[in-house]
Design a protein around this ligand. Structure first.
Ligand SMILES: *[C@@H]1O[C@H](CO)[C@@H](O)[C@H](O)[C@H]1NC(C)=O
Ligand SMILES: *[C@@H]1O[C@H](CO)[C@@H](O)[C@H](O)[C@H]1NC(C)=O
Length: 378
């Protein structure tokens, strides 16, 4: 035994090294881990890992995304487009990827945990947290280790599009079973149970084949035209700046909070022509009120590329009544009632609203109090 054990040890070592080499690229895709392991359970999360410095340095406070594209982003998007297009067959049920775009604490994580509970095989979570923002809350189990390499984001700026693309790319690379990609913020809350959402996204009608079924699944993204603010939004980068790629007649507007089908997520990370246009900075005089590229890039792109494949509405309810400075109504704790949940769910479309925003952090308690009796009771 004494003779053979060093050999056994070295064989074991060799085996585990081989396993590491085989597994490593899948678990942590280069150039940086798509899903970086966040700090341990008790320490505050450190989402700044990777990418942050570079983004901050080149941003200089003026449109972090700029006109050029950083090499690491470019590599990530290319790789996601290539690998996703290779059509890896996913084992098991299709999953919903929840993409959280945040620049503050994920206050509603406890509510999302209740939403996710019991559905481990059918969802994944990814978080893009602005590295400049200090997050104080430690991630809850579903969010732990799910932070993607992030760069600074600014409101009304192409950096929000870049962050959304990073989330899509990370989710595409991480799990071939991810079939839908729901973009959410830290102010979003669920309005229905996970089962209700899942049944809406994956209708039970028996399909001829899984592949054919996936081709037919629509993306839930708002696509509007003829809104009063569109001429000035279109001209925000100067006369003719969007031409020839985006003529005014093809320019669209819609909420940035979408739920994209996998084929459209691939389309987004692969796309470069429109992205180059939309990431150009707005003119200084337009930057304040007319520059919200994140409300235009996705609906314009998808309506050009696959108009029949999008539902043209979003599953995420927002209340623009009495909006101030481009911010929608923000619900406070006193407004959270069973009746509000009912009102927010109501929709004129095929599906009710599944998510809603924006909720102030103090809504967590009142929302948890009605979670089982109202929100997750369909
Ligand atoms: C929308 O917000 C306004 C305040 O701006 C509020 O009076 C109204 O009740 C809200 N609507 C819903 C459905 O919550
Ligand atoms: C549905 O459509 C009606 C009529 O246009 C409108 O009054 C109502 O506000 C709509 N409801 C929702 C939830 O959008």
């Amino acid at each position: 035994m004494a003779v053979s054990s060093p050999m056994v040890l070295s064989l074991l070592l060799l085996a585990s090294l081989t396993a590491l080499l085989v597994l490593a690229p899948r678990l942590s895709p280069p150039p940086q881990p798509a899903v970086a392991a966040a700090a341990g359970e008790d320490a505050p999360p450190r989402p700044a890992r990777g990418g942050g410095l570079k983004g901050a340095a080149s941003g200089g406070g003026v449109g972090a995304a700029g006109v050029g594209e950083e090499a690491d982003d470019l590599r990530l998007f290319r790789r996601a487009a290539l690998e996703a297009a290779a059509g890896e067959e996913a084992a098991g049920p299709p999953k919903v990827a929840f993409l959280f775009l945040t620049n503050s604490d994920l206050t509603f994580a406890p509510l999302w945990e209740r939403f996710f509970a019991g559905n481990a095989a059918r969802f994944t979570v990814y978080v893009h947290a602005d590295p400049a923002a200090a997050l104080r809350l430690a991630p809850t189990p579903s969010f732990r280790g799910r932070f993607v390499a992030a760069k600074p984001t600014r409101r009304a700026d192409a950096s929000l599009i870049a962050a959304s693309r990073r989330l899509l790319a990370a989710a595409l690379l991480d799990d071939p079973a991810n079939a839908y990609f729901a973009l959410l913020s830290q102010h979003c809350v669920p309005l229905h149970s996970f089962n209700r959402l899942y049944a809406a996204l994956f209708p039970p009608s028996p399909p001829p084949s899984a592949a054919a079924r996936h081709r037919r699944l629509p993306s839930y993204i708002e696509v509007l035209t003829g809104e009063p603010q569109m001429p000035s939004r279109y001209a925000a980068r100067g006369e003719g700046a969007m031409l020839p790629e985006v003529p005014y007649e093809r320019f669209r507007i819609g909420s940035q909070f979408f739920t994209l089908a996998r084929r459209h997520a691939v389309l987004v990370v692969r796309e470069r022509r429109l992205w180059r246009k939309f990431r150009a900075p707005c003119l200084p005089e337009a930057a304040q009120d007319e520059c919200y590229p994140e409300e235009h890039y996705f609906p314009t792109l998808l309506d050009m590329a696959d108009p029949a494949g999008v539902a043209r509405y979003t599953l995420t309810r927002v209340n623009w009544t009495g909006s101030v400075a481009g911010h929608p109504h923000r619900y406070a704790a006193a407004e959270v009632t069973p009746r509000l949940i009912d009102e927010l769910r109501a929709s004129n479309h095929t599906h009710p609203h599944m998510f809603a925003r924006k909720f102030a952090p103090d809504c967590l308690g009142p929302l948890l109090a009605i979670a089982d009796t109202v929100i997750f009771k369909d």
